[in-house]
Design a protein around this ligand. Structure first.
Ligand SMILES: C[S@@+](CC[C@H](N)C(=O)[O-])C[C@H]1O[C@@H](n2cnc3c(N)ncnc32)[C@H](O)[C@@H]1O
Length: 224
């Protein structure tokens, strides 16, 4: 993997992958993008507000920013989170240590929590706190198996279909759909017509929502 650290427009860091020529986050702001799409339109969505326990599946752990923000939101909302995330090309400890999230986020023990999330072993359940259990799986999302009817929320965050079309196929969406409970939701930054079509065919109800800075719209799919 050839990648280098970047600072995005809201001063939060991210990586740029030189093989696929893409940022891990929007260059308009990694932090504002993650908060807008995955935390506010996902974790804090009205569809999940009645749940005390939420099981989350993330495709692409990457920098761990979504996991970090989810951890602190779960503490604030006093909800119990099981967070399963897939990542085929993990950052090295040296790369993760370059990210500035602990310096720009104003949460208690943020540095310690970020280091813990980044460095927990792969492929096992790790209890991080009373509210947060993490399972980082170092496998490809292509052909991955999940527990059926289990996840309430999916953070679908691979590189775009232009550079990784193999992650936006009917087969990948179908295996995720089958792993979702009724009324579960999936969030993604991509609103491409072909993606919406595949999702609708499988049975997702699609909503377009306003996007974060620099992006007109995002997608929320619900399993009905
Ligand atoms: C857009 S970035 C994810 C950003 C991440 N959610 C974050 O907060 O930093 C896409 C991620 O998908 C990972 N990835 C690429 N191919 C994959 C595959 N076949 N299976 C699982 N993850 C993959 C990349 O290594 C990268 O970390």
């Amino acid at each position: 993997m050839k990648r280098h650290l970047v600072i995005t427009e809201d001063d939060s860091s991210s990586f740029y992958d030189e093989e696929v020529n893409q940022y891990y986050h929007s260059h308009f702001g990694a932090l504002q993008e993650s908060l807008h799409i995955f935390i506010n339109a996902g974790l804090c969505s009205e569809y999940l507000s009645h749940l005390a326990h939420i099981s989350i599946l993330e495709l692409g752990f990457g920098t761990g920013l979504n996991a970090l923000l989810t951890y602190f939101k779960a503490e604030e909302m006093q909800k119990k989170i099981y967070y399963e995330t897939l990542e085929l090309y993990p950052l090295t400890p040296k790369e993760a240590a370059q990210l500035n999230y602990p310096n720009i986020l104003d949460y208690e023990n943020v540095k310690e929590i970020f280091t813990t999330l980044s460095s927990t072993p792969w492929d096992e359940n790790v209890v991080i706190s009373e509210h947060f259990t993490l399972n980082k799986r170092q496998i490809s999302a292509i052909g991955a198996q999940y527990s059926p009817h289990f996840f309430n929320l999916v953070y679908f965050d691979p590189f775009s279909p232009d550079v990784q079309p193999e992650l936006w196929t009917k087969a990948v969406f179908e295996s995720i759909f089958n792993s979702m409970s009724d009324n579960a939701i999936l969030l993604t930054y991509c609103t491409k017509g072909t993606v919406k079509e595949v999702m609708r065919k499988i049975g997702f109800e699609i909503e377009k929502l306003p996007g974060p800075a620099g992006k007109r719209e995002i997608l929320r799919g619900r399993k009905i």
